[in-house]
Write a protein that binds this ligand. Structure first.
Ligand code: 8YV
Length: 319
């Protein structure tokens, strides 16, 4: 039987690429450059399937120019804000993602950012590294304690719940906002808030775990930063679109927000150079799911979805 033709747009894990090469007639972009609109359009005529990352943008305009061959976009990501789902569905193209398998890795990174932001990781590392550490005082680099503090989580999906579980290890008092309250066996004692505003009022630490949609664009704007308790710390491992970065900078300047831990930015790659002068902003370059174990699991999940599709079944992660 002829193997389906598959384009893998980026350099996925070795195990993923080996499995893909065994099961599919695969073309891999070893150059690892983001797929352009023109490449996506050309690929729609040459391939039955694409495994893209969030770096490839399936806008309505791009999808409108697709040829008829492409049948499935099996994303190597849980977030699908880079895909115009209705445009893809209108073309009869199946779209899948990779939930579950990256929740722990992303929650670990949120914990790193929360702790690093709270405890002066940026400035502390720099003064030791540069040899500028020439004195010590009990008043030196005093941070904000995480243990026992109130944590607000916006979006109690898989990643939000994984983060809540880790935060319980720090005895945090977990609160959350979600469109619906979780059953008790999933909430595990976290307090539900039926509005973002109510959650913000109790969030000494705030972590964002909701998808980027038109409804959540600039979710954290100036009005909402003002609702946080003074000295709050904000963490974003979800999507840059959730945070009005000018409003965050204003809140940092006023001291209302004490620190931020950011893995996601409005502009990626690159981030926001305006944050560079803030030692109280601990930043990473969108590496929430970047562990070896999780990269393999994401790649395998995308391939599982393809295998199901080409076996004539509905992939488990069909959107
Ligand atoms: C991935 C992510 O690294 O899965 C997501 O939605 O944001 C990241 O964890 C990236 O999207 C891979 O394409």
């Amino acid at each position: 039987m002829t193997k389906p033709r598959l384009w893998i747009t980026r350099r996925l894990s070795d195990a993923t690429l080996a499995r893909a090469a065994h099961d599919y007639d695969v073309v891999i972009n070893h150059a690892d450059t983001p797929g352009t609109a023109a490449e996506l359009i050309a690929a729609s005529a040459e391939f039955d399937a694409i495994i893209p990352c969030h770096s490839e943008h399936f806008s309505a305009d791009v999808v409108a120019q697709f040829a008829d061959r492409l049948r499935i976009v099996a994303n190597h990501s849980v977030g699908v804000d880079h895909c115009d789902l209705s445009a893809l569905k209108a073309r009869g193209i199946v779209v899948t993602n990779t939930p579950d398998v990256l929740s722990d890795a992303t929650a670990e990174l949120a914990m790193l950012l929360m702790l690093g932001a709270a405890r002066h990781a940026v400035a502390g590392d720099r003064i030791v590294r540069t040899g500028a550490w020439d004195s010590w005082s009990p008043a030196f680099m005093v941070g904000k304690q995480v243990t026992g503090a109130r944590l607000g989580i916006i979006g109690m999906g898989r990643v939000g719940r994984a983060f809540a579980a880790k935060a319980r290890g720090f005895d945090m008092d977990v609160h959350y906002y979600n469109r619906t309250a979780l059953p008790d066996d999933q909430a595990l004692g976290a307090t539900y808030h039926d509005s973002v505003e109510s959650l913000l009022a109790v969030s000494d630490f705030l972590s964002l775990h909701c998808p980027a949609t038109p409804d959540t664009t600039n979710l954290m704007d100036a009005d909402r930063f003002a609702l946080l308790p003074k000295g709050a710390v904000i963490v974003n491992t979800a999507r840059g679109a959730l945070v009005d970065e000018d409003a965050l900078i204003a809140a940092l300047d006023s001291g209302h927000v004490a620190a931020a831990g950011l893995d996601c930015f409005q502009v990626e790659p690159g981030g926001n150079p305006a944050f560079a002068k803030y030692d109280n902003v601990f930043m990473l370059p969108h590496i929430g799911s970047a562990t070896r174990k999780t990269r393999d699991a994401m790649g395998f999940r995308a391939l599982d979805n393809l295998d199901a599709f080409f076996a004539g079944n509905t992939p488990q992660d069909t959107l």
